[in-house]
Design a protein around this ligand. Structure first.
Ligand code: 3EB
Length: 312
């Protein structure tokens, strides 16, 4: 399965070998500028659609692309997070695709609540409890993005696979799953990047949402340009770590950058700065989103696959 273009829904498109949609799968964020209208995910063998405990998905024997939506009532977001991850785990068992490769989270009112009661920190608590129950060790954590959405409830999109991906950490950053206590009662459970070694195909890289964090501390508060630079340095470091498996990766070798901006007014400044670093060929996809720490203004994710890679 591969991504061909950036966001705003996975829609049925006629591709060379097959096409499919996951009904109702769309990114619950506002696109900024002239973003592409849909994301295409293509698999080389046919997929079947299904639904399972509020998750809709498309899957074949090797890979599953899925979307989960949970409403929040009085139970609190930690309980919702726990349930979401338990359902995700059960779906993986049910399909024989037990490993997470990539997860995107879209959470309502992300920074609401003080101290340990902040909704992001409570989400991390429920997620950690579910993964502990499921027996997922730190070295099997997956690449992830977690941003704030204006749409109520918890939305997650995720990719499940048969064989565990190779996960990378960033030597410039403390692993999120080792963040100190000041960031919340349980650490954020994700890897900085995942590489999927598809059987009989070239590997594919998924870089997590990457922000201006060095060690475990946020850098360049209130300095957009500084945060963009620091995020790019972090991504570059991950590309270097990935080179051992993927071969040398330059900016132009990436599929796109997906940029989450806290303030839509920062669009043009950010675009100009990114263009000056990555050149004119790389697609830039801008989305407006809340971010995990109040001082963060920007977060960037990316993917890469060598030309011609076939996803089973
Ligand atoms: C960070 O590096 C920024 O909790 O799943 C980025 C990607 C961030 C994923 C998550 C959080 C998550 O800590 C925030």
């Amino acid at each position: 399965m591969r991504i061909t273009l950036g966001p705003i829904g996975i829609q049925a498109q006629t591709l060379t070998r097959l096409h499919y949609a996951v009904d109702g799968m769309n990114i619950p964020l506002k696109a900024l500028g002239n973003a592409p209208e849909c994301e295409l995910w293509q698999a080389a063998s046919p997929v079947q659609q299904g639904s399972f405990k509020g998750i809709v998905y498309a899957a074949n024997a090797h890979v599953c692309l899925a979307s989960l939506q949970l409403a929040e009532h009085e139970q609190g977001i930690a309980a919702v997070a726990e349930q979401a991850y338990l359902h995700l785990h059960e779906l993986g068992q049910h399909l024989g695709l037990p490993h997470m490769l990539r997860v995107w989270h879209y959470l309502y009112a992300l920074n609401e609540g003080e101290g340990d009661a902040e909704r992001y920190k409570q989400f991390c608590l429920g997620r950690a409890q579910a993964l502990e129950y499921a027996g997922v060790p730190a070295e099997h954590l997956h690449a992830a993005t977690l941003v704030g959405s204006q749409t109520p409830g918890v939305r997650m999109h995720f990719i499940l696979v048969k064989q565990p991906p190779l996960n990378l950490e960033n030597p410039r950053q403390t692993s999120a799953y080792h963040y100190p206590r000041e960031y919340g009662p349980r650490q954020p459970a994700f890897a900085r990047a995942s590489i999927m070694q598809w059987p009989e195909a070239a590997p594919q890289l998924f870089v997590s949402g990457t922000a201006s964090i060095v060690g475990h501390r946020s850098r360049h508060a209130e300095d957009l340009a500084g945060q963009v630079d620091e995020s790019l340095r972090n991504i570059q470091t991950l590309l270097q770590a990935a080179a051992e498996t993927m071969g040398d990766l330059q900016w132009r070798d990436l599929d796109f950058l997906k940029i989450y901006l806290r303030h839509d007014a920062d669009l043009e400044r950010t675009r100009q700065q990114l263009r000056s670093v990555v050149g004119n060929d790389l697609p830039l996809i801008f989305l407006q989103a809340g971010l995990c720490r109040a001082e963060l203004l920007v977060e960037i994710e990316t993917q890469a696959r060598p030309a011609g890679v076939k996803i089973p």
